[in-house]
Write a protein that binds this ligand. Structure first.
Ligand SMILES: Nc1ncnc2c1ncn2[C@@H]1O[C@H](COP(=O)(O)OP(=O)(O)OP(=O)(O)O)[C@@H](O)[C@H]1O
Ligand SMILES: [Mg+2]
Length: 158
């Protein structure tokens, strides 16, 4: 049956991995990874610090067309290219429904997303400012918690 989920399963194409001795394939969570079935409502990935959670989530996000440092699909910036090539080895099983919008919310680099919004809004283009979609106040002029709440309440509507 075709799944109503946006993503139903993430599979590691183990057959095309050259070596499981090098990063990121040497990580314990990747070395034994075969596939992950996404829960219809929400999937939690739990593990110790350094076990590979962010590496996997980042690879899924990049496979889905998101920027490795986060944001919506329109963001295409990189302050520090640190993401692995794991995304090239994933097969993403998608359902029949297509998301109308999406967002890779990444705590450790949300600061860079805020900087990118300020930078793009400073450019002289005849279009509404991006920050208007976040409530109109620069995310850098708000506390960490306030900026996250602005994202939740203003940007993530519906
Ligand atoms: N570019 C890199 N090259 C080599 N090793 C890396 C690189 N980036 C991360 N690592 C290593 O990969 C491991 C997994 O990192 P990752 O960020 O995925 O962990 P995590 O499970 O998200 O941890 P945390 O709970 O602390 O956020 C870490 O041990 C880290 O040192
Ligand atoms: Mg992490």
């Amino acid at each position: 049956m075709i799944s109503p989920q946006f993503i139903s399963r993430v599979t590691l194409r183990r057959d095309i991995v050259e070596s499981f001795d090098a990063y990121p394939f040497c990580l314990p969570s990747v070395r034994t990874f075969e596939y992950l079935d996404m829960h219809p409502k929400v999937t939690y990935v739990v593990g110790e610090n350094g076990s590979g959670k962010s590496t996997l989530l980042e690879a899924i996000a990049v496979s889905m067309g998101f920027n490795a440092e986060g944001g919506s699909k329109h963001f295409n910036f990189g302050t520090h290219r640190s993401h692995s090539d794991l995304h090239r080895y994933l097969r993403i099983a998608k359902g029949f429904r297509r998301p109308r919008t999406g967002y890779f919310l990444r705590a450790e680099s949300f600061y860079n997303v805020a900087s990118e919004i300020d930078k793009l809004d400073a450019e002289p283009v005849d279009a509404p400012r991006i920050i208007e979609g976040y409530g109109g106040v620069s995310l850098h002029h708000q506390s960490h918690g306030e900026s996250f709440l602005a994202l939740m309440t203003q940007r993530f509507t519906g």
